[in-house]
Ligand binder design. Structure first.
Ligand code: GLV
Ligand code: GLV
Length: 323
């Protein structure tokens, strides 16, 4: 009897190709760019030995029960795994694959682009060119904040945080602060100073959030956090939206408590088009595209397929999440 695999979305061909070459699996797929409705997902995973999912699929007890006892492996096309109930997965002895490292450069690059877009007001400038607001070169118009000589604070100096800090160094950043649970030996690569979160928030000109979403970091960026920031500081988040209290961020941006924000992640995703944050000129919101380069998504698809195959065959997975 063939082992069954369910893929929850259309993915880059590099991934699907690997699975079909293996030839010994019955591959079912929600073959669309749009998310699979929950009911279809629960039906699709029935009896599956392996599931290849995205960060937008909620992997909880209900889904694991719907899949049933065959399920050996869940492979997510993401580095984040906050969409999966890890305790329920562990209880059932299911292995998990994910895609760290391969998306670090693309995500760091996007974060730098977002930081610059917010700090130098690029979307506003583009808009003014289109709407006729560009009447002349004006000394006091569309001024923002630059990186040269600045202090950057990275909340969560993991793989991605480090890659962001390295790139920002090249812009002439004077001090790099970071916070997190523990000091990192590799922080020396960017001259990073390990400081309490409060210190980082108060002293940074750019506060960049790059931590994972955990019970500790959920809602961490709240009113008290923004109140400690400099009025001239820029806030950037490319981790998970739920790390931020968005009402508090809206208050901070609309009252001038902070200068600007760049978000690649929101709560919920997609952010409703009538959301208050989208009315603010000093808030740049992107649709969660940190890892979205052609090559990175191709490698992510390949890696997630290899992880899935390893789990199905009971062999090594190139990137297994140990928990
Ligand atoms: C993106 O947010 C990811 O977790 O890969
Ligand atoms: C977090 O996602 C990291 O890889 O740093």
């Amino acid at each position: 009897k063939l082992m069954k695999v369910f893929i929850t979305r259309r993915i880059p061909p590099e991934g699907a190709k690997l699975l079909s070459q293996a030839g010994v699996y019955e591959v079912a797929q929600w073959d669309s760019d749009e998310p699979v409705p929950r009911a279809e997902l629960l039906k699709g995973v029935e009896g599956a030995h392996g599931i290849l999912c995205l960060l937008s699929d909620k992997i909880d007890a209900e889904l694991l029960d719907a899949a049933g006892p065959n399920l050996k492996v869940i492979s997510t096309l993401s580095v984040g795994f906050d969409h999966m109930a890890m305790d329920e997965i562990k209880k059932r002895g299911i292995r998990v694959g994910y895609t760290p490292d391969v998306l670090t450069d693309a995500t760091a690059e996007l974060t730098v682009a977002l930081l610059l877009a917010a700090a130098r007001r690029l979307p506003e400038g583009v808009e003014e060119v289109k709407n006729g607001g560009w009447s002349s070169w004006k000394p006091l118009w569309l001024c923002g904040y630059g990186l040269s000589g600045s202090t950057v604070g990275v909340v969560g100096l993991g793989r991605i945080g480090l890659a962001i800090a390295k790139r920002l160094k090249a812009f002439g950043v004077k001090r790099t602060l970071y916070s997190g649970r523990t000091a990192k030996a590799y922080a020396g690569e960017v001259g990073g100073e390990f400081v309490p979160l409060d210190t980082l928030v108060a002293e940074s000109d750019f506060v960049v959030v790059s931590c994972s979403l955990t019970p500790d970091t959920k809602g961490m960026c709240d009113q008290a956090f923004f109140n400690k920031m400099k009025k001239t500081a820029v806030f950037v988040n490319s981790s998970r939206g739920t790390v931020v209290n968005q009402e508090d961020l809206y208050q901070a941006l609309s009252t001038g408590q902070i200068a600007a924000a760049g978000l690649d992640v929101t709560t919920p995703e997609p952010l409703p088009t009538d959301h208050p944050l989208l009315t603010l000129k000093n808030c740049v919101v992107l649709p969660h595209i940190g890892s979205a380069t052609y090559s990175t998504r191709g490698v992510m698809a390949e890696l997630s397929a290899q992880n899935l195959l390893g789990g199905l065959q009971g062999t090594d997975m190139p990137s297994e999440l140990t928990f």
